[in-house]
Design a protein around this ligand. Structure first.
Ligand SMILES: Cc1cc2nc3c(=O)[nH]c(=O)nc-3n(C[C@H](O)[C@H](O)[C@H](O)COP(=O)(O)OP(=O)(O)OC[C@H]3O[C@@H](n4cnc5c(N)ncnc54)[C@H](O)[C@@H]3O)c2cc1C
Length: 484
């Protein structure tokens, strides 16, 4: 059967599933569906090792999903670095935000609670950071070696539609300079942030308020090794995390039309030298300055795109093509791997014996849309809300930013909850709302009490504005998750 299917894929370009893109999501989905006995064709524009500044820190929730997919060993032999949590540096003072012990997500609730009752301490979850390209190549090795998957190096150029039903039947592509076509009962589009196909199926487009500019620092002594670093101050957030034995990624958020990055002020280089360098921990500065002179400055838009339900017969869009959030919290790959797990569950051959049954597949897509909320809406909302606070550009947001940092300093559940959400371990949106509004109330309290006694009545009145701002920050993202 495998042999016959392989021949069908190679000679007739036919399979159960055609996947566009062998990036994070495409590889995971191809392996997951291939493992279930589906015949899969993957079309990838370039099989060379990607050289990108994205997808370099995988949260513990992503590591768990990778394990479920049987792909955890892709984190080996790529010089990956263990990540135990974050070091948040706010105007020079630090707080360690370790991934929490004994925190359990919805799905493993029963086991986790039993462990706690027995007083058993479970292993602290770990993330991994690495060179994106090396990790993608490991994922691709798995796809290339899979007996049920055929990989074709070529660029998808269009979708093949049925003339009668408008159902998607596959993709047109350019392979080795020649036009070609590949057919599947199901076409999964996973062509990333600049998806060529997205606009055919939805009227909204990604919105980007800022870009991340990336530099690679060499042999830099970080204040807290094995932790991601978030640097906050009178500037948008700066991230630092080690991606190899000798290399550390610096990502500098630069909002649109920032005066300190204008041509007059020396452009991006000027901003890096004049604003970012002085904000960095002292031991990081020489290496950062060297990278400014040495590196080709590269940037990526930090996009927001709320999720939608797949409604087109024969087509599924996933990954960045369907849903994006600010990369501040490093959640994109965790969402993608979790989606691959969920997709393989809802399309399991015991539920959907034939992918030609498009009605049943679409029903299962509705189910996927809601099932993924536990993890993806938490990560989406948290990333967007936290970005607003961390890039604070007015007095109320600044008060919320300070409140957030002081909240972390309280320790205990004030750290475990938020970082458990960020890590993709706690998958309950309610926990996110609880901590967000706890931060808002704490920020109001600090705002009222930090000024002298005489100012307390005035501050008490103005603090309502802080709470209002918190609502303005979070509610649009909550609503964006509620749409069907
Ligand atoms: C600056 C930045 C930093 C980030 N950092 C992190 C992080 O630390 N941790 C994290 O979890 N997430 C991070 N993300 C998000 C993460 O990179 C994405 O969520 C993830 O890569 C999405 O996977 P994907 O498979 O949808 O897309 P991609 O990984 O981009 O894969 C898309 C694939 O499709 C291929 N392709 C595109 N068009 C075609 C075509 N027409 N035909 C054939 N193939 C095609 C591409 O070559 C590519 O291989 C970051 C994002 C940004 C912008």
């Amino acid at each position: 059967m495998d042999e016959k299917n392989a021949q069908r894929r190679l000679q007739h370009h036919e399979a159960d599933v055609v996947v566009v893109g062998a990036g994070i999501l495409g590889c995971a989905v191809a392996v997951a569906l291939g493992n279930q006995g589906r015949s899969v064709i993957v079309l990838e524009r370039s099989l060379r090792e990607p050289d990108r500044i994205v997808g370099e820190l995988l949260q513990p929730g992503g590591v768990q999903a990778l394990e479920k997919l049987g792909l955890r060993d892709c984190l080996e032999e790529i010089d990956a670095v263990k990540v135990f949590g974050y070091d948040v540096i706010y105007y020079g003072s630090e707080v360690q935000i370790a991934y929490p012990e004994n925190v359990h997500g919805e799905e493993e609730g029963a086991v986790g609670k039993a462990d706690e009752m027995r007083g058993v301490k479970r292993k602290r979850p770990e993330g991994r950071s690495f060179h994106h390209g090396r990790f993608v190549q490991r994922l691709r090795e798995k796809v290339l070696a899979h007996p049920n998957v055929t990989v074709v190096e070529g660029t998808a150029t269009g979708l093949v539609r049925s003339g009668y039903t408008d159902q998607i039947l596959g993709v047109e592509a350019t392979v080795q300079g020649q036009p070609d076509a590949y057919f599947g009962s199901l076409t999964i589009v996973a062509d990333g942030y600049a998806s060529k196909f997205r606009k055919e199926f939805r009227s909204d487009a990604p919105v980007a308020r800022s870009k991340f500019w990336g530099l690679e620092l060499i042999d830099v002594p970080l204040p807290m090794p094995n932790h991601g670093h978030v640097i906050l101050g009178d500037h948008a957030p700066i991230l630092l995390y080690q991606i190899g034995t000798h290399e550390t990624r610096a990502l500098v958020d630069i909002p649109e039309n920032l005066p300190t990055a204008s041509i007059k002020a020396g452009g991006v280089k000027g901003h890096l030298k004049n604003v970012v360098v002085p904000a960095l921990p002292e031991q990081v500065r020489p290496s950062f300055e060297a990278a400014i002179e040495r590196d080709r400055l590269r940037s990526m838009p930090n996009s927001f795109l709320p999720p939608t339900t797949n409604r087109k017969p024969g087509l599924i869009m996933l990954g960045d093509a369907m849903n994006m959030r600010h990369p501040l919290t490093g959640g994109g790959m965790t969402v993608a791997f979790n989606d691959a797990v969920l997709l393989s569950e809802v399309l399991h051959p015991s539920i959907v014996p034939s992918l030609e049954d498009t009605k049943l597949v679409l029903q299962q897509m509705q189910s996927l849309h809601w099932k993924r909320k536990g993890l993806s809406s938490v990560i989406n909302i948290l990333a967007m809300a936290l970005y607003s606070l961390f890039a604070a550009d007015d007095a109320q947001l600044k008060a919320l930013q300070q409140g957030c940092f002081e909240y972390f300093k309280l320790g205990g559940n004030c750290i475990d909850g938020p970082v458990g959400l960020l890590a993709g371990i706690i998958r309950q949106p309610f926990v996110l709302f609880y901590h967000f509004f706890a931060v808002a109330l704490y920020a109001m309290w600090i705002y009222i009490t930090e000024a002298g006694a005489l100012l307390v009545p005035l501050r008490a009145v103005l603090s309502v504005g802080v709470f209002y701002k918190a609502c303005v920050v979070i509610f649009p993202y909550i609503f964006s998750e509620l749409r069907t």
